[in-house]
Design a protein around this ligand. Structure first.
Ligand SMILES: [Zn+2]
Length: 306
């Protein structure tokens, strides 16, 4: 892989900030880091995370943290996290699917952590630019035992929860489509397809508004990309589901029966937590006790904002 030359290049945002919190931080436009998660190769299923041992000469040298650095001119924080991970650790920008974003906001400075999940083989980590003394895939149980960068150590309990959670959204399409009198009854399949497109399209975008609120999933995150499952039924079954990272289940009979059965299967498969979007009180009463529920209005407003 060839990298753009960095020699001689200095972004005006590469500078210290005297923060309102009394400390100094790197990056006039804030900083960002990538928390890349590999859940596929650990023998006992314990996820591993990609950590960087900071070079001795650097700020808090000799401690472990995330690949990351200052947000540059004309760049958003999520792009910055990916760029820094590529420059410092040879992590390809598409190495992981975005799973969560968490922002530590001091007012005068902010640090954005992008949690991304590897599907498939984990990339090899190589120190590239002199800021890393070492890079390793570390099992989550071993992270707290390392000498951590103080700010990363403070954030780790919350980040670990984001690494281990499996937020999953199950959408009752008929109920969500039917919650607003916008003429959906004239073309039920078309109305369902529009809902699917907004769910799938929103997940492809990296824009901040396309993320679902962490509070919906009881997670300490500013945005979450859950696994999305949609149950459709009857005349609302779509002719052509859109491409995207969601799974459409066409119910052969009662949508409610299909949703109850699927909720049980998703929880058994590790959904944590499971959030079911429906206003149907009868259905809500039949769901497993650990399932959370969400009203259709909140879901549609968030998708439309994104
Ligand atoms: Zn601060």
């Amino acid at each position: 892989m060839s990298l753009p030359p960095r020699a001689g290049h200095r972004d005006p945002n590469d500078a210290w900030v005297d923060c309102a919190c009394g400390r100094r931080h790197w990056g006039l436009a804030g900083a960002a880091g990538l928390l890349l998660v590999d859940g596929s190769t650990a023998p006992d299923g314990e996820p591993r995370v990609a950590l960087q041992l900071r070079a001795a000469w650097s700020h808090h040298g000799g401690t472990w943290g995330l690949p990351g650095g200052a947000v540059q001119t004309g760049e958003d924080a999520l792009t910055a996290a990916r760029r820094e991970a590529r420059e410092e650790a040879a992590i390809p920008p598409d190495a992981g699917a975005p799973a969560a974003v968490r922002v530590l906001d001091h007012g005068t400075w902010r640090y954005t952590t992008l949690v991304a999940r590897v599907h498939g083989p984990a990339p090899e980590l190589h120190p590239l630019d002199g800021e890393s003394a070492d890079l390793r895939w570390v099992p989550v149980d071993e992270v707290a035992g390392l000498d951590l960068l103080p700010a990363f150590g403070e954030a780790w309990p919350a980040l670990r929860r984001l690494v281990e959670a499996r937020p999953t959204l199950l959408v009752d399409a008929a109920n969500v489509v039917g919650a607003r009198p916008d003429g959906w009854w004239r073309d039920r399949a078309g109305a369902t397809e529009r809902l699917l497109t907004s769910l799938a399209g929103g997940r492809r975008e990296l824009a901040a508004g396309a993320w679902l609120p962490g509070t919906w999933f009881d997670l300490d995150a500013d945005g979450v990309r859950p696994d999305v499952h949609v149950v459709t039924e009857g005349q609302g079954n779509p002719a052509a589901p859109p491409d995207g990272e969601l799974t459409v289940h066409r119910a052969p009979g009662s949508g409610d029966d299909a949703i109850v059965a699927l909720a049980g299967r998703l929880l058994e498969a590790g959904a944590d937590p499971l959030l079911v979007a429906t206003a149907d009180r009868g259905l809500r009463a039949r769901l497993p006790a650990t399932a959370r529920t969400l009203g259709p209005g909140a879901l549609r407003e968030t998708l439309e904002r994104g």
